[in-house]
Design a protein. Structure first.
Length: 108
């Protein structure tokens, strides 16, 4: 059995680091989500109306979905494209499909 650390690698097989082409934007989104989560925590502590809390939860989910889509696009445009060019495409495509399944984006 392989651990998640064993599965981590760069697009070039050199280790777990990958340069994210949209790093600044991704970090900005994550910081915004972190703020929204703190807001939801405060809303619950203050016994705010359920629908208001659920609206904020929905906004967080949407923000995380947008982040995931950006990462998936970058992965396809970078890692998968590079793998196809170097003859490792089948493995990379299989991995991409596995990730898409985790997001419910493909049939099983």
């Amino acid at each position: 059995m392989t651990s998640s650390a064993d599965k981590r690698r760069s697009c070039h097989g050199e280790g777990p680091k990958v340069v994210q082409p949209h790093k600044t934007e991704l970090l900005t989104r994550l910081n915004r989500v972190a703020g929204q989560l703190r807001g939801i925590t405060k809303m619950i502590e203050e016994d705010r109306y359920c629908v208001e809390v659920l609206t904020q939860v929905s906004a967080v989910k949407s923000a995380l979905d947008a982040l995931a889509l950006q990462l998936l696009e970058d992965h396809a445009q970078g890692c998968v494209r590079n793998a196809l060019r170097s003859g490792r495409g089948e493995k990379e495509i299989a991995e991409l499909l596995e990730v898409l399944r985790q997001f419910g984006m493909t049939a099983k």
